[in-house]
Design a protein around this ligand. Structure first.
Ligand code: FAD
Length: 334
């Protein structure tokens, strides 16, 4: 394999029902920086049915060009058909880097493509950079239980690939005047050749909390002591119209369901305001909330690591402070 044959940064643009996933737009922002550093174009590639109208949005968010395959067989995501689409274009155009959102479909697709192209894949990346001399992608992610950050390189194979979690990278402000090229590709796909059939799509309506989209989150930790005291977190959240989150220890204690866990093995969140109450600030928690705009931490230990990422810190007993906050906010009648 001649590594110099591979040039360009590509982002897989995931769309569902004609709507581009937020993580794909975030990756265009991250990909733009890598492409500028490497002085190569940034390309989006978009698969689906009836998706031509989305190409301009991909350009507005930073792509120089969009490769698209519009085909009825690509109406719904299936590993087989999407993998064929990605591999066909990747083999033809030879990108040096491909980024995917670490969504269920993105992870499934990236791993299938990596296997087929016999290349490497760094999963759940939280930081991306490139080394200009070697042109190697530096994909960093927590490793060994989150105790260290590992930077993973793919030295001998191309394309270099990574999945990135939603809400970790920042999307650019869209510029609808940006010009770019739209390149329509054709591949041979036949429904009768597909081994997987989509018979019905059933939306999960049981998930009540969508932490990833919340503007204000009150997150409680093990420092709340017990389930009864944890009710203060719910009461405070309700008072200020916030969503409730918890650390893994809280979820393991059964005080909250897993869907409300924030961190490496839970949700990544970027609210405008994040209250961290009785939370020590372990790295596995911090990676999931450190990009919040304003972080207010309450902890009785002045040396708790959460204060390293907090915008404001209150040192004291949450059992005294939270009831006072509830009282104060209630009196404001907001
Ligand atoms: P603790 O670490 O026990 O901290 C409690 C804090 O409360 C302390 O700082 C203490 O000073 C303070 N406190 C105690 N009493 C009071 C009081 N009355 N008032 C105010 N403060 C008080 N964790 C996550 O959160 N999310 C993840 O996704 C996640 N994934 C993980 C993945 C792996 C592979 C591993 C190994 C770990 C993971 N963890 C995760 C666990 C993580 O390492 C920590 O154990 C966890 O975040 C600690 O939770 P905590 O802050 O609630 O509890």
């Amino acid at each position: 394999m001649n590594l110099d044959d591979y040039r360009g940064v590509w982002v897989f643009i995931e769309q569902n029902d004609g709507k581009i996933e937020g993580v794909s737009l975030e990756l265009l922002g991250a990909g733009r920086k890598l492409a500028d550093k490497l002085q190569v174009p940034l390309s989006g590639f978009l698969l689906g049915e009836g998706i031509r109208n989305l190409a301009q949005q991909v350009i507005a968010y930073g792509a120089d060009q969009v490769y698209l395959i519009d085909h009825p067989v690509l109406k719904h995501y299936r590993t087989e058909s999407y993998m064929k689409g990605v591999i066909t274009i990747a083999e033809h155009y030879k990108p040096e880097i491909i980024l995917y959102g670490a969504t269920p479909n993105g992870k499934d697709l990236a791993s299938a493509v990596a296997t087929d192209l016999n290349t490497g894949l760094t999963a759940d990346t939280t930081m991306l950079d490139v080394d200009l001399d070697s042109r190697l992608l530096e994909a960093s992610r927590p490793a060994f239980g989150g105790n260290i950050m590992a930077t993973i390189l793919c030295k001998k194979h191309r394309p270099q690939m990574a999945t990135v979690r939603p809400k970790v990278m920042k999307a650019l402000v869209p510029d609808t005047n940006r010009a770019g090229k739209i390149i329509e590709e054709e591949i041979s796909l036949k429904e009768e050749e597909m081994r997987t059939k989509v018979l019905q799509i059933v939306n999960d309506v049981t998930k009540k909390t969508n932490l990833a989209d919340a503007h204000v989150i009150v997150c409680g930790g093990k420092g709340m002591g017990d389930l009864q005291n944890f009710q203060l977190i719910h009461e405070f959240a309700e008072t200020i119209g916030a969503s409730v989150g918890g650390t893994r220890d809280v979820v393991e204690a059964g005080w909250l369901p897993h869907e409300q866990q924030v961190g490496q093995t839970g949700e990544t969140v970027t609210p405008k305001i994040y209250f961290a109450i009785g939370i020590s600030g372990a790295i596995q928690h911090v990676v999931g909330m450190k990009n919040s705009e304003l972080i207010i931490a309450i902890n009785k230990d002045p040396n708790a690591p959460i204060f390293d990422v907090a915008t404001f810190g209150i040192v004291g007993d949450a059992m005294e402070i939270v009831p006072r906050l509830i009282e104060q906010f209630k009196s404001l009648r907001i």
